[in-house]
Design a protein around this ligand. Structure first.
Ligand SMILES: NC(=O)c1ccc[n+]([C@@H]2O[C@H](COP(=O)([O-])OP(=O)(O)OC[C@H]3O[C@@H](n4cnc5c(N)ncnc54)[C@H](OP(=O)(O)O)[C@@H]3O)[C@@H](O)[C@H]2O)c1
Length: 383
């Protein structure tokens, strides 16, 4: 894909609204808590918000005195993006067409605010309408900016640049209603992660997507957690309707917890990593059958090669949640396709990394706590 994979992650009311005061209702506290917990577990390169949401959540309406800044003029009216040399980390990407947001730092400073955002590197996505002195202000603050469009932000162009210039593979789209609507109309939302609060909102509150067009998604997961409903949908792709396979990865457990867990008492996939110091490294991908369950296989690894590793060994258990038949055959293909696609990552695996054989072409979608797994692995691309 020439753009990042986009997961739209939002709290909605029962009637599908996302803006307004309903979120402040005590009945929504559990939904907000669940939302932030999922937000922290969704592995991504950053989050995108519209200008209004960024202002409400982070800048509080501050705006610099632009007369203090030199205008940045570009030769021949060609608008040049401004990128820092060191652009790794977690990004807070503001869709701010006219350059209305005033930041006091080039990182989100919100230690007591909503968990999961503090320290994110800010990136401004602008149009040619932005004041040239605003560019001077951003450069003086070392805030990277990219241009995408003349008056409105061209979502596809912005995403192309976020992938090709910044290197974003997965981004969370986190509202509000207007920016979500731009993405929905551009048909670039790959996944919906919705936390439904048990309230009906006010009549003037806005829906998940402003000015939406018709599009379809397939339901891949639904659960009640903490008294709220959590729903996951994937975009219904042309190929996906016949051969899509969805693998849901549980949150990482220590290996002892994983061996204890009833989830390891079955078939499925498992993904082993090691946390040493502050760094987590992928080690191994395995599969289990009815006769050699995940628990059994993990015990085997623990008694053998895992002994060599210092630090904490983590395990993510993966289950095929769609389709519902031929699971063993699909698990086998999933292992092969993931190892073939990401062979360098799984350096403890020795087989299946250089080639694989198959009868069917599947499109694997990894959802949940996927750490370094690619969200989509399409076997057709390997034909
Ligand atoms: N329920 C949830 O999970 C959730 C999550 C986030 C936010 N929210 C709520 O959402 C509300 C704000 O939402 P909102 O819909 O009013 O605004 P928004 O989507 O946050 O921001 C809209 C603004 O972003 C700019 N923009 C974004 N994409 C653009 C594009 N492609 N082209 C041009 N401009 C673009 C425009 O800025 P200009 O106006 O400067 O032109 C536009 O008016 C807040 O109440 C917040 O609490 C809820």
């Amino acid at each position: 894909m020439n753009r990042p994979y986009i997961i739209c992650h939002m709290v909605t009311s029962l009637d599908g609204k996302v803006t307004g005061d309903f979120l402040g209702n005590p009945e929504c506290a559990a939904a907000c808590e669940t939302y932030y917990e999922i937000n922290r577990n969704l592995k991504s390169n950053g989050f995108i918000c519209g200008r209004v949401t960024m202002e409400g959540s982070f800048t509080g309406g501050y705006y610099p005195d632009l007369s203090e800044y030199e205008p940045v003029r570009h030769d021949m009216d060609l608008k040049m993006d401004f990128i820092l040399d060191d652009m790794t980390g977690f990004y807070a990407i503001a869709f701010d067409p006219k350059g209305k947001l005033g930041w006091k730092s080039n990182k989100i400073i919100d230690p007591d605010g909503d968990p999961g955002y503090d320290g994110a590197q800010i990136i401004e996505v602008l149009t040619e309408q932005a004041d040239e002195r605003y560019l001077g202000y951003l450069e003086s603050m070392e805030i990277p900016y990219i241009f995408a469009g003349e008056t409105e932000i061209d979502v596809k162009l912005a995403l192309f640049k976020l992938k090709s210039i910044i290197g974003c593979d997965t981004l969370l789209l986190e509202g509000g209603s207007i920016v979500n609507g731009y993405f929905q109309r551009a048909d670039v939302i790959d996944e919906l992660s919705l936390v439904v609060a048990p309230v009906v909102a006010y009549k003037n509150d806005k829906p998940l997507f402003t000015d939406s067009t018709l599009s379809t998604f397939e339901a891949v997961n639904a659960k009640i957690e903490n008294g709220v409903t959590v729903l996951n949908y994937l975009k219904k792709g042309k190929r996906a309707s016949n051969n899509s396979v969805v693998i849901k990865w549980e949150n990482a457990l220590t290996i002892d917890e994983a061996i204890e867990s009833e989830k390891s008492d079955s078939t499925g996939l498992y993904y082993i990593s090691r946390v040493f110091g502050n760094k987590e490294t992928t080690l191994y991908l395995g599969i289990a059958t009815k006769h050699n369950t995940i628990r059994h296989r993990l015990k085997g690894h623990q008694n053998w090669w895992l002994k060599e590793y210092r630090g904490t060994i983590k395990v993510r258990i993966g289950k095929v949640i769609y389709p519902y038949t031929n699971i063993d055959e699909i698990i086998d293909h999933a292992e092969s396709a993931i190892l073939y696609e990401q062979d360098k990552l799984f350096f403890e695996n020795t087989s299946k990394t250089k080639s694989y054989t198959y009868n069917n072409l599947y499109c694997f979608k990894n959802v949940g706590d996927i750490f370094e797994l690619k969200p989509i692995i399409d076997m057709a691309e390997q034909e």
